[in-house]
Design a protein. Structure first.
Length: 557
């Protein structure tokens, strides 16, 4: 190996004065030969709190195998992860988005402290995916991210089911539509093994987005978690990081505005999660790339919705893999003239070359042809108005309504709203408002899948709307508006809404308004007082003080 390849790690491994460091490395079984090779950090998000990341120890060993085979020395380290699905509907869910920052910070600290020559990050659950890539952006050494893969679909009464179906079953049980035994049966069959939630929810959305950006090898992330080919792809990833090191290809060479636009287009084309807005804004910020919330609407408006994927559609992430993987989506974008085809990827090929290599499974119905879109425009819509001057986001994949007007049903926390839904106090036409759940106000901007799924489960999904300064799971479907900014706790207009105020939502006009005069909103806010912080010390209090608006990606600064 050329000495150039271990230039960074040589700072702590070479020379007489580094003998103490070498002695400590040798205590772990490393030899002089190992220490002289380039050191590759393996940032693993393995944890036993969820199936999404439960299998990542296995994959990490395969990555290390590839690094060694290519002439490097892998050094594995771990970081945290929070399960959205398990904490959903509890105070613990507030830690989820906070964990994105902790993941990025912790990987950055270890990588800076130990002078790794390259990095491979292994992600699983939602926040681990952008969190790992944020860290790769900051360190900017040759690196890539590998996603642990999707869980297989569960089987229930002859149909594919996911965790989304369990949440909706809770609503059906509350409405008396199913029995305790039926709820237990769905619960027992929805999650058959390791892997991240199976629809085009946040994990699979972000996995796909980073393949499109090029920081993950295209086609690798979509391989299901327990497929033997996932092991092979991880060995290949370990070898690939050494190639990136030899060529000195860094995240700053890959993650460009053109690449991010490709990712947004892919999310829009497949009906991906609204959380992509938060996470791609955060990646752009880490790379110093100018990107605004309005850019998502611009790109989505020119991109057809072709992916018939859950929660709005029929198929799960594993079906997309069997249909030909994300390359089929890239190929559709190329065919439509919507792909920045010259953007480079970690494979050494441009994204256009990767798109041309697509091998579409004959007869697949997961990704429609351009001639037969589900909708002429994409799944993401950004709304603004007197309730959201900085903007908010709604996913319209699977939703046919373009307008809704109704009386506000106001709740100052998620639990109160969920209780009202379960007690059947929400009626057709209502607009549920859940506030003080934003990045600062939560703090942590909880997802609201428990509430939204209960609404759908009770049969109200087609007749009510919901808006919040919090956010939604990628599994959410319905007329649900999140990320309302400015949030309530900083005196955003959502704090002025009172029970019964008439709220008007117009998708075509991109507006979200309450039928109040500007003077009335100002008068109400003049008499408004911010609630006391929920946390006064510790990580949650620190986050609340540092976090930005959702319209800026809810990043800490």
């Amino acid at each position: 190996m050329s000495k150039k390849l271990n230039e960074r790690s040589a700072v702590i491994t070479e020379g007489p004065d580094r003998a103490p460091a070498r002695a400590m490395l040798k205590a772990m079984g490393l030899t002089d030969e190992d220490i002289a090779k380039p050191m590759i950090g393996i940032a693993n998000t393995w944890i036993e709190t969820m199936p999404c990341n439960f299998h990542l120890r296995r994959l990490s060993e395969k990555v290390k195998e590839g690094v060694r085979a290519a002439g490097g020395t892998p050094i594995e380290f771990n970081t945290i992860a929070i399960s959205d699905g398990i904490t959903m509907g509890t105070e613990g869910m507030k830690t989820s988005l906070v964990s994105r920052e902790v993941i990025a910070d912790s990987i950055e600290l270890v990588a800076r402290g130990h002078y790794f020559d390259g990095l491979v990050a292994i992600s699983g659950c939602d926040k681990t995916i952008p969190g790992t890539v944020m860290a790769l952006c900051r360190i900017n050494v040759p690196s890539l991210m590998i996603y642990g893969g999707s869980i297989d679909a569960g089987k229930y009464q002859g149909c594919d089911v996911t965790i989304q179906d369990v949440f909706e079953a809770v609503g059906k049980k509350a409405a008396g539509k199913i029995s305790d035994k039926e709820l237990k049966d769905v619960e027992d069959h929805a999650c058959p093994g390791s892997g991240a939630c199976g629809g085009q929810f946040t994990a699979n959305t972000m996995s796909m987005a980073f393949e499109m950006i090029g920081i993950s090898p295209m086609g690798s992330n979509g391989i299901p978690a327990m497929d033997p080919k996932k092991d092979e792809s991880c060995v290949a990833a370990g070898k690939l990081v050494i190639e990136l090191l030899k060529k000195n290809i860094r995240p700053s060479d890959i993650i460009t505005r053109a690449a991010i636009d490709n990712a947004i287009a892919a999310v829009a084309m497949t009906g991906g999660s609204t959380n992509a807005v938060l996470h791609l804004l955060s990646i752009a910020r880490e790379m110093g790339i100018k990107l605004s919330i309005d850019d998502f609407d611009t790109i989505s408006s020119r991109t057809p919705l072709l992916g018939d994927l859950k929660p709005g559609g029929k198929y799960v992430a594993v079906d997309l893999h069997h249909a030909g993987s994300i390359r089929v989506v890239a190929n559709r974008l190329l065919e439509a003239g919507l792909l920045n085809k010259d953007a480079m990827t970690v494979s050494g090929k441009t994204v256009g070359e990767e798109a041309l290599a697509a091998k579409e499974t004959p007869g697949q119905q997961v990704v429609r042809p351009l001639s037969n879109p589900l909708k002429p425009t994409g799944g993401l819509v950004i709304l603004k108005g007197n309730l959201a001057p900085e903007g908010c986001v709604i996913k319209v994949a699977g939703e046919n309504r373009t307008e809704h007007e109704g009386p506000a049903r106001v709740f100052d926390c998620e639990e109160d709203a969920f209780r009202a839904v379960k007690e059947r106090k929400i009626k057709a036409g209502d607009v549920i408002v859940i506030r003080y759940e934003g990045p600062k106000g939560g703090p942590g901007m909880r997802e609201m899948l428990g509430v939204t799924a209960a609404i759908v489960g009770e049969g109200l999904g087609a007749s009510v709307a919901l808006l919040t300064d919090g956010r939604f799971s990628g599994a959410t479907k319905g007329f649900m508006i999140g990320h309302v900014a400015p949030e309530a706790v900083v005196g955003g207009p959502i704090a002025a809404i009172q029970e019964g105020d008439i709220i008007h939502i117009d998708i075509k006009k991109r507006t979200l308004d309450v039928k109040l005069t500007e003077a009335e909103i100002k008068n109400r806010l003049a008499n408004w007082k911010a609630p006391k912080p929920r946390y006064t010390h510790g990580v949650m209090a620190k986050y609340a003080k540092l976090v930005s608006s959702a319209a800026l990606g809810a990043v800490t600064s």
